[in-house]
Design a protein around this ligand. Structure first.
Ligand SMILES: [Ca+2]
Length: 360
């Protein structure tokens, strides 16, 4: 610095202040220059640090929507194989977190079923996350339902939604529902249904037989085909895998319906046993006849009540008369005593030596 140590010591405080001021000016110049440089390079450097998340669905770019989801069979054999799952692969920057979150009834597994590592229909979870090592992270989305669900893949500020839907398995169950009560003279309707092993509706043919009634066409046993997708598309009020059938006009009694089907269904270990036959019944009652019967009972009971009231009233009159008679009799006795005692007192006064006792 060329300043004599003694002088520097002497002017120490002032010199330090001056030197700091100079340094601050230099720092400011550097900061302005750096900001300008960063402004020029900034956009490129940010993009270079975070590559967009790349997600493929079954090997292709994700083009799924809620109305056009990726599909996979439901695992009706209780193993989640390639045909029962949608492979979702996500490639992201090394060292960054990738999360998969499922909605609806979609479940995620990281491996498909193998002979020595079975992945069953109950496997999986709704979310999975991993840190990227630079190569694709693959999860398999599957579902036991035919409802559409989704899997959202998130990496930093990037995210992609993959829609997934299950395709129902073959028929495994038959069902029937009947009215709770039917009036004579009306037309009863019953509903038969067919579902896969997970309860998803599927179209199939059942045989329905009546005992104590007939179908509208006069038959007792008939084949019924439950609604398929085409029928539902043509008539949206129809229900997939279900069919409503009418009986002939009902007469008083009990109607039983036996439904059989799903003949080819076989039991799968770990899943619900097929339901190949169901029985239901309902009663047909004559409501007008019942009302008339009840009215007759009401009339009879009303007469009994009136008779009973008459007897009670008559008994009360007798009781009241008896009570009145007792009051009169008691009064007579009292009067009689009073009259006697009056005479006795007069006698005792007239003949003190021949006194008689008074009545109490
Ligand atoms: Ca399978």
């Amino acid at each position: 610095m060329g300043v004599h140590p003694k002088i520097e010591f002497h002017f120490g405080k002032k010199w330090i202040k001056r030197r700091n001021k100079k340094n601050m000016k230099s720092l400011k110049k550097i900061a302005v220059a750096s900001a300008a440089a960063l402004a020029l390079l900034g956009i490129q450097s940010i993009n270079a640090s975070a590559a967009p998340l790349v997600v493929t669905v079954a090997g292709s770019a994700n083009a799924t929507t809620s109305t056009a989801p990726a599909t996979a069979n439901v695992p009706a054999d209780n193993t989640v194989d390639a045909a029962d799952a949608v492979a979702i692969a996500a490639t992201a920057d090394t060292g960054t977190a990738v999360t998969f979150t499922a909605t609806g009834k979609i479940k995620l597994v990281t491996a498909l079923s193998a002979t020595n590592a079975v992945v069953s229909a109950t496997a999986g979870s709704a979310s999975y996350s991993a840190t990227s090592t630079g190569s694709a992270i693959t999860v398999y989305a599957f579902t036991t339902s035919t409802e559409t669900g989704s899997v959202t893949v998130v990496n930093g500020s990037y995210s992609t939604v993959v829609y997934v839907k299950g395709i129902a398995g073959s028929v495994s169950n038959v069902g029937v529902s009947v009215p709770s009560a039917v009036a004579v003279g009306t037309i009863p309707q019953i509903t038969v249904s067919t579902t896969d092993v997970f309860g998803n509706p599927v179209s199939d043919t059942v045989t329905a037989t009546l005992i104590g009634g007939t179908w509208a066409d006069g038959s007792i046993s008939k084949s019924i085909v439950t609604n398929n997708a085409a029928a539902v598309a043509a008539t949206p009020s129809l229900v997939l895998g279900s069919k409503i059938e009418s009986l002939a006009v009902a007469t008083v009694g009990t109607v039983t319906i036996a439904v059989t089907g799903a003949a080819s269904a076989t039991a799968v270990t770990g899943l619900n046993v097929p339901v190949k036959a169901v029985v239901a019944s309902f009663r047909v009652t004559d409501l007008n006849g019942t009302i008339a019967q009840l009215q007759a009972q009401i009339n009879s009971l009303s007469k009994d009540l009136a008779d009973a009231n008459s007897i009670i009233a008559a008994n009360k009159i007798v009781a009241d008369a008896a009570a009145a008679a007792k009051v009169i009799a008691d009064a007579a006795v009292i009067q009689e005593k009073a009259d006697y005692n009056k005479l006795a007192k007069a006698w005792n006064k007239a003949f003190p030596k021949k006194k008689v006792a008074l009545k109490k």
